[in-house]
Every structure is written in C-alpha cells, then in structure tokens.
Design a protein around this ligand. Structure first.
Ligand SMILES: Nc1nc2c(c(=O)[nH]1)N[C@H]1C(S)=C(S)[C@@H](COP(=O)(O)OP(=O)(O)OC[C@H]3O[C@@H](n4cnc5c(=O)[nH]c(N)nc54)[C@H](O)[C@@H]3O)O[C@H]1N2
Ligand SMILES: Nc1nc2c(c(=O)[nH]1)N[C@H]1C(S)=C(S)[C@@H](COP(=O)(O)OP(=O)(O)OC[C@H]3O[C@@H](n4cnc5c(=O)[nH]c(N)nc54)[C@H](O)[C@@H]3O)O[C@H]1N2
Ligand code: SF4
Ligand SMILES: [Mo]
Length: 701
C-alpha cells in the first residue's frame, strides 16, 4: 500500500502552520510544511519536522493507573473512571463544588475545553477551570480587552508583507516562531523595512535589528512612555485624527510630561539618542506592525505593558491599512480557541464572562439549566488553585495536557501543594514530573490520534484529524471527559459520540459574536485551509481583519489610549540577591520537553540546562566557562554549568526553563525552583521574567 499524505496543523506554537503528515501502514513517518498554506507556504520549523519519534517512544502512557499503597498500578478504564467520578463526588459532597478544580493545557482541542466548561461550570457548579493560557496569553487577552474592548487579535500575518517597520518587543521570535521570523526577515529585505527589537538580551532576533533597545529587564513601560514623549514633542501625533478613534489623549499627554527621554534612558539603561531614534522611526513610518510576547506577559506589569505598546500604534495611526496593527504572537497551538471557548476561570463559552448576568443567562438557557447554577464570581486562577491546595480550600485537581510541576513558578511550593491534593488526576501522553505526583494517571491520545479544532493567532480555525490509532488503551481527552461526566451522573448532558457533535453544539453559541463559526463544519475544514473567524455562514470567506472601520467594541466605539506609569517588578535586587534572573526558550525544546525531549534530534540541540552569565560578572565571581554555579533565590536553588556571554547585560543572568528531572536531568536544573510565584493583579499571569537571585561558583571546583 502506498503511503498517504494528510493535511494537519502544527501542535506546537500558536502560529498555526499548515502541515502535511505522511502515514505508512498506520504509522506516521514524516511531517512537512504545506505548500500554498497562507501561514507558512511550505515552510516548517524543527519542532514538528522531528515529530515522528514522539509518537512511538517507549515511554508512552498506554494504560490507566491508580496509585495503591504508594505505587502506580495498571487498572481497567472502568475502574479508573469510576474511581475519579466517585472521588470527585465525595469531595463535592463533603466540601462543596469549589473544592474541585481543573487545569488543562492550551494544546487541548476547543471541543475538550467546551466539555470541561460544561462539566465544571454548569453540571458541578464551580468556575475553577483554568488553562495554561493563564501563564501564557492572559495578559495579551486582558490587554486587548482594556485597549479595544475584546480579546480578539485584529490583524493578519499577511500584513507582514506590507510593513515598512517591525517593532518586536519582548519576543525572541527567531527561536519561538521561526516561520513568522523568516516571513519578517524576507519582508524586511524586500520592503527595505526597518526593524526595532526591544529585549534585554542580544538574541538571534535582535541580530536583525536596525535598532536594538537592550533595556534593563522590566522597564518597557518607561521606554514606551519616553517614545510617546518624543512622538508628541516632535509633532508626529495628529490629535484630531487620533481622537476620532481613540479616547484618552489628554491622559497620555499628561503622563508623557513625566517621561522625557532622559528619564527613559535613566530607567531603561538605553541612551537618550537611541530612544529618540526609535521614536522617530515609529513616528515616520507609514506601516508598522508590532509583535510582543513573554518579555511583556511574564511580568507583574504585563497588562500595562500591553496597553503601552498598543498606545504606540494608536498614536501613530498604524491601524486599519495594509501592513499595520498588532500581531499577537501566541504561545501554544490552541491558546486562541481555548480563550474563546472560555478556558479560564472568569470566562464562559463564546467570549462571555462569568461576572456578566446576561452572559450567564444566555449560557444557562443554552444548556437548559437555571442561571443560578453558574457561579457569578470567577473561580481560582491557577496559582490560587495551588494556594487552595496548600490552605485546604481545594481538595481535588484534574490536570490534563500540562505539566505544572515544571512550568509553574516556585516549583517546591507547587509540588508541595500538588502532593496535598486528596485526589490528583493527571492525563498526559508521557510520564512527567506531574504524573509522578498523581493518584490517578490517565493515558491520552495526542495530535493525529484524535480529531478536533485549533484556532491560531490570526483567528484561523483548522481541523486536526485522527490519522493513526493511539497506543495501548490511550483515549482522546474529550472521550475521557465525557466518560467521567457520565459516571458522575450527567448522562443526559454528555450524550456525545464524537468531537464533531461537540463542535456542532458549541458553534451555536458563537452566533453573532466575534468568534462566530456558524459557517464552519468539519466537512468544510477537512483537507482544506480553514477560514479566519468570524465566519458566520457557509458562504462566508472568513474575516482577515477586525475593527477596520475603527468600530471598536467599547462603549464609545473608540479604542482606549491608557496612561500607564512605570513601576518596578515585584522582587528587586538587593545585597543578598544582587542579580536579575531572566528565563526563556531554546529552539530545540518546547516548554517542559515531555515531547521534544523524546525526539533524539531535538534533544541533541540542548540536552542539558545552563546559565548565561556576563563575562564582567563571571570574572568578579571567579567563574569560568563550564564551571558549576549555584543560583539561589528566596525560594530555592538551581545548580547549572556556566556559559559566559556578552549577549546579556551585566547584572542579569539567563536560564532556559525547559528542564525538569524526569528525563534523566538532575533535580536542580529547573529554573522554576527559583522563580517568583507572584502575578500581575489584572491578568493573574506570573512574573517568570524577573526575580532576584544570588550567583556563586559551586564550592568543589
Ligand atoms: N522552540 C520553542 N518555541 C516555542 C516554545 C518553546 O518552548 N520552544 N514555546 C511556545 C510558547 S508556549 C510561547 S509562550 C512562546 C514564547 O515566545 P517568546 O516570548 O518569544 O519566548 P521567551 O524566550 O519566553 O521570551 C522572549 C524574550 O523576552 C525577553 N525578555 C525578558 N525580560 C524582558 C523584559 O522585561 N522586556 C522585554 N522587552 N523583553 C524581555 C527575553 O530575553 C526573551 O528573549 O514560544 C512558543 N514557541
Ligand atoms: N520560568 C519559566 N516558566 C515558564 C515559562 C517561562 O518562560 N519561564 N513559560 C510559561 C509558558 S508561556 C507556558 S505556555 C507554560 C507551558 O507549560 P506546560 O503546559 O506545563 O508545558 P508543556 O510541556 O507544553 O506541557 C504539555 C503537556 O501535555 C502533554 N500532551 C501533549 N499533547 C497532549 C494531549 O493531546 N493530551 C494530553 N492529555 N496531554 C498532552 C505533554 O506530554 C506535556 O506533558 O510554561 C510556563 N512556564
Ligand atoms: S513556527 Fe510554530 S506553528 Fe510553525 S512549524 Fe514552528 S512551531 Fe509549528
Ligand atoms: Mo506559552
């Protein structure tokens, strides 16, 4: 039998590259970029290109397991499901619905989070539903809502080809979204466009910059305010035209008086001239695209950073014509779909909020339940779930598709919290640092082993189809969810036999909203390129841009210029902890490595962690290349070999955060052992990119 090729969509970052997957005798043998796909036109990065071994590694979880006398033993699905269902029911009876919580990943299908919401927020009656998008995109989402009224990225990647200036702030897109980076590099060359990069490290992305603003970590708002100061003082802002579509001009004018470039320079460490030059580029441009990600979002100032970046394109009229607007780089493949289906504890399906009584009524009517069944207050955010496990407020946690024992900040505290759970259910495809702590382990089917939808950062909906059978007894997450729901007594509410039935139910409540997908069916998506939402009816071609008529969904129809003051990060350096720690990503690994650590090619790029130290600092501390170094914070210790580089600023160190101990790595290589479990109060997103640490050469060298 000849091999067959099938269309799919990438299961790593949120760019949404179209892929072709080759199947040979029921096995996946090759993955390549899809030619003609509007996102990547045949291009692909190293992550999906090296996926095949990730399906077949010997470690795959194949059978449900229950911990008995401290040891995980294989059990039947019937036993596992009934154990979970009765465990949840008992805890709910004893402590109320608020004592259970769900935390999943943004790799989950939209359909899976729809079911989870229905089970937790309607059937059980708790809003404790969280998603890794909380620690990834929550600040982007709140930034969009506050600046222009909806969590909806308004721009298309196609704008890249028309831009004459790229402002890349707080993203190392050369590593994190390489296909997008290559589009930017090609467009910059063709259009003779300028590139400004804002990053405290001289990254691979910063190498292409005409202006690299190597700011001190955490100082973006001061920089943006000083850029705005120059834009006003040098006459780049047309008050009348801007006021037509944006409110808040006077507040901004007042704010920027406090931020002459001299003050911006003093706070950021960049020169005044460089700040003014960057402002002039932004003022002069006719077509600027802005990009940002975790250098912004992983901060206690995250939402305000987002607002201050949006101020720049609003003030310079870089919106609603080709080559302009904010392009929201997105972490995981279905972060957008999951935000829209309500995967966070303050949301309801179809871009609705739990605090809005009309929204609660609409969803309750749709589900045929009294509106009072849906709690009117947000559930716990993920860090508050961990706090709840510590304090005894939360007794049971169901984790799928995420590995919090490595990815949440302050690992020891997180693991201690997880260990306190009376019932910890973990659903993954591989053993992880989190499954090690679980009472019940459920083996999941992964990408290409189940069918459902992803929505990308340009709102493009795509079908990812089942092409092969999952190994052993592994099941799709949606099936596991409906089996547990039925076993809890919700048979009538969870009658589904396929993910398509779930999709067809969910899409009805997107009607008339920005996420409207009533024109989409699995048939329309199968083997084809999906449309950008909204797509309200079958003949609709999809919507490349939003708010093109400056029709922002805010009370006065205008976007909001928001005056945001610079404040310091939560934990600043002192004598005891004199260094700033930044954490971030490498090209060979994805997040906690559960998948990429099992691809020999990818793992060989960076099999171990390390710490980057500036040569001036290492000289002072008598540290040479390769020396083992102790990095301590108020929360813990990491022990890593030193890599000396002048790509970072003196006084800062950088650790790639991917490493946890399950794949044969030492216990003390996880950056999150030292990071700070504090979050932005507006988005509840942790400050992974800034904490105070001490650095010392390990004593035995
Ligand atoms: N290869 C690979 N690709 C990935 C991932 C992966 O793990 N590996 N993960 C995916 C996911 S989930 C995400 S969210 C994205 C993340 O993608 P990115 O946000 O691009 O990646 P990071 O390396 O986390 O952080 C980006 C940059 O922020 C800088 N930074 C730190 N502090 C500050 C600051 O205060 N201000 C500014 N302006 N910059 C700062 C860091 O130096 C770093 O270079 O990548 C996605 N793509
Ligand atoms: N210090 C520091 N910490 C960080 C960050 C940082 O920059 N610095 N970045 C943060 C960010 S942006 C993010 S997004 C998070 C990511 O943190 P996590 O969500 O914990 O990271 P992943 O490794 O992507 O976890 C996904 C898990 O799902 C499993 N999996 C894959 N497919 C399936 C499936 O279909 N079903 C099931 N059930 N399981 C599946 C994988 O094996 C893996 O264990 O980490 C955050 N943590
Ligand atoms: S850039 Fe992102 S979506 Fe594209 S192939 Fe790489 S990981 Fe996948
Ligand atoms: Mo992320």
């Amino acid at each position: 039998m000849a091999t067959t090729w099938h269309k799919s969509t990438c299961p790593f970052c949120g760019l949404g590259c179209g892929l072709q997957v080759e199947v040979d005798h029921g096995r996946i043998v090759k993955v390549r970029g899809m030619k003609g796909h509007p996102v990547n036109n045949g291009d692909i990065c190293n992550l999906p290109a090296n996926y095949p071994p990730i399906f077949y590694h010997k470690d795959r979880l194949k059978h449900p397991m229950i911990r008995k006398d401290g040891v995980l033993v294989p059990v039947s699905w019937e036993e596992a499901i009934s154990n979970v269902a009765s465990g949840f029911k008992k805890i709910i009876e004893e402590h109320g619905p608020g004592a259970v919580a769900f935390y999943g990943g943004a790799i989950n299908l939209t359909e899976e989070y729809y079911l989870m919401n229905k089970l937790m927020k309607a059937a059980i009656g708790t809003n404790n539903v969280e998603c890794s998008t909380r620690i990834c995109m929550a600040s982007t989402a709140v930034g969009f809502v506050s600046t222009f009224g909806a969590d909806a990225p308004p721009t298309s990647y196609a704008d890249i080809e028309d831009a004459d200036l790229f402002l890349i702030a707080g993203s190392n897109m050369a590593v994190s979204t390489p296909v997008m980076f290559r589009r930017v590099v090609a467009a910059a060359k063709r259009n003779n466009a300028r590139v400004i990069v804002v990053d405290p490290r001289r990254t691979k992305t910063a190498e292409i910059a005409d202006i690299h603003l190597q700011i001190k970590p955490g100082t973006d708002i001061a920089l943006n305010n000083s850029i705005m100061h120059t834009l006003f003082k040098e006459g780049f802002v047309n008050d009348e035209r801007v006021a037509h579509y944006a409110s808040g001009l006077n507040d901004i004018k007042e704010l920027i008086e406090e931020y002459p470039p001299s003050r911006g320079a003093q706070i950021t460490g960049c020169s005044e001239i460089q700040i003014i030059e960057a402002a002039r580029e932004i003022g002069k441009t006719k077509a600027m695209v802005t990009f940002w990600l975790q250098g912004y979002n992983h901060s206690t100032q995250a939402v305000f950073k987002n607002n201050s970046l949006h101020n720049l394109w609003l003030l310079t009229e870089n919106f609603a014509h080709p080559g302009t607007g904010p392009i929201s780089i997105t972490g995981e493949c279905n972060a957008m779909g999951n935000r829209w289906v309500g995967a966070l504890s303050h949301l309801l399906p179809g871009m609705r909020m739990v605090t809005n009584s009309q929204h609660r009524q609409e969803i309750a009517d749709f589900w045929g339940i009294p509106a009072d069944n849906i709690q009117a207050t947000p559930g716990h955010s993920v860090l508050d779930i961990i706090k709840g496990l510590h304090s005894g407020k939360v007794h049971a946690l169901w984790v799928t598709t995420t590995n919090p024992a490595v990815s949440l900040p302050n690992t020891s505290w997180v693991k201690e919290g997880l260990s306190k759970a009376e019932l910890l259910v973990v659903q993954d495809i591989y053993p992880t640092e989190t499954t090690l702590l679980g009472n019940v382990i459920l083996p999941a089917a992964q990408w290409c082993e189940k069918t459902g939808t992803f929505i990308s950062a340009e709102r493009r909906i795509e079908l990812v189809e089942k092409l092969i059978d999952p190994p052993g007894e592994a099941k799709p997450d949606y099936e596991i969810i409906w089996l547990i729901a039925r076993a809890m007594g919700f048979k009538k509410e969870f009658p589904y036999l396929s993910s398509e039935e779930i999709f067809n139910e969910y899409k009805k409540i997107t009607q008339g909203r920005i996420c409207d997908m009533n024109g989409v069916t699995y048939d329309r998506l199968r083997g084809k390129i999906g449309p950008q939402l909204p797509c309200p009816d079958p003949d609709h071609p999809g919507t490349p841009h939003l708010f093109r008529d400056f029709d922002f969904p805010r009370p006065d129809g205008r976007a909001a210029l928001l005056a945001r003051d610079y404040t310091e990060p939560a934990e600043i350096t002192d004598k005891e902890y004199p260094f700033i720690l930044i954490t971030g990503r490498l090209s060979g690994h994805f997040n906690t490595r559960s998948r990429t650590g099992r691809s020999p090619v990818l793992n060989s790029h960076a099999p171990n962690g390390y710490v980057e130290i500036h040569p001036e600092d290492s000289a002072r501390l008598d540290i040479s290349e390769g020396n083992l170094v102790n990095i301590t914070s108020r929360r813990g210790r990491v022990y890593l070999p030193a890599h000396l580089t002048n790509r970072i600023l003196s006084g800062t160190i950088f650790i790639p955060w991917h490493y946890g101990p399950t794949l044969g790595i030492g216990e003390e290589e996880s950056a999150n052992l030292v990071t700070n479990d504090v979050y932005d109060i507006h988005s509840k997103q942790p400050e992974y990119k800034f904490c105070a640490v001490n650095v010392k050469k390990a004593s035995n060298q």
